[in-house]
Ligand binder design. Structure first.
Ligand code: 13P
Ligand code: SF4
Length: 314
């Protein structure tokens, strides 16, 4: 038996004894995606984390994703196989600075992208993901000011789609910022008739040249449903594994091979075994942040209008 097979068998055994479910983000390494019980985007994974009846959730993704799972399922054990798997964009917004901005705009509601720390979520009225950011903002009355943290590019995409002005935080994703208009231009020259889809974390000049701007889950759906045969993909390259696997007759081209999120590549089969075996790298959110952070995520998952702020300014 080779060592990969050995690790996969260990994971299968440990999953049974620990009553664990394994969730993997769409950017994870191929062997992690193939081994997981469920692959998805941030919204799909947070819904799964909330609904599962497993006792342990192994989150193959980055820290804020495991933290979201822990907030939604405080009674479950949430494990992040590699403790160093963070999200630099989430780290671009510190809670004390967000609080300061709220004080400058006391009547504004705060929408935070799920790529944020629990402390920032706790200061926010509602959370959003790239799949529902436009919907979430559209649930807020037109006369309310909105602070949007931390991704300025997702915020600008929402401004264009929802037709309203937001107070933007200057954060961005270091991986998606590398995608440039010339990458789309050269894909259109090399592959005439290609459909270009990009993630809303891309710069506006990139998003505006694309045919579709979608979350990673939205890209998977679009690729399944479209009759287009050749699709250029403007996001982290890990998604191509799933796209190719689910659509073997279609052709997928990365817009940029170097669009790699190093944090998403830290999880390995060995680190999953280690975390499950030793119940190590548990992610939990302590009070007093836990309840307000959970409320911002639950508000995202509800569908009603968002009119009032229950977040104190002190
Ligand atoms: P999705 O929710 O679209 O999967 O995006 C998560 C992310 O971190 C993108 O960089
Ligand atoms: Fe964060 Fe960008 Fe990596 Fe997504 S791709 S986890 S936003 S650094």
């Amino acid at each position: 038996m080779n060592s990969k097979q050995h690790l996969l068998e260990k994971i299968a055994d440990l999953k049974k004894t620990r009553r664990a479910v394994i969730l993997a983000h769409n950017y994870q390494l191929p062997e992690i995606q193939d081994m997981a019980d469920f692959n998805g985007d941030s919204l799909e994974l947070s819904r799964k984390a909330k609904d599962t009846d497993a006792e342990v959730i192994v989150f193959c993704g980055v820290h804020f994703m495991a933290e979201t799972a822990a907030l939604l399922s405080p009674e479950k054990t949430v494990l992040l196989p590699d403790q160093n798997a963070g999200c630099p964009m989430a780290d671009m917004a510190e809670a004390r600075d967000v609080l300061e901005l709220r004080r400058q705009h006391p009547d504004a509601l705060v929408v935070c992208y799920v790529n944020s720390t629990a402390a920032v979520k706790a200061l926010s009225d509602v959370c959003c993901t790239s799949a529902n950011a436009v919907d979430v903002v559209s649930r807020i009355p037109k006369d309310r000011d909105i602070i949007f943290v931390p991704d300025k590019y997702l915020g600008q995409h929402v401004e264009r789609m929802a037709g309203r002005k937001l107070i933007l935080w200057p954060g961005y994703c270091p991986t998606h910022v590398r995608l440039q208009p010339e990458h789309i231009e050269s894909a259109r020259v090399s592959y005439p008739g290609v459909t270009v889809m990009v993630h809303p974390e891309c710069r506006p000049e990139v998003a505006m040249l694309a045919d579709e701007v979608l979350s990673t889950g939205g890209m998977c759906r679009f690729a399944r449903e479209t009759s287009t045969e050749t699709i250029a993909v403007g996001t982290e390259v890990g998604l191509l594994h799933r796209l190719k696997k689910e659509n073997p007759s279609k052709r997928f081209i990365p817009l940029l091979d170097q669009a790699v999120c190093p944090n998403m590549k830290l999880t390995t089969l060995a680190s999953v075994v280690w975390a499950l075996e030793n119940r190590q790298n548990t992610i939990a959110v302590d009070s007093p942040i836990r309840e307000p952070a959970r409320a911002a995520i639950e508000r995202m998952l509800d569908s009603g209008p968002i009119t009032t702020s229950e977040v104190p300014l002190d």
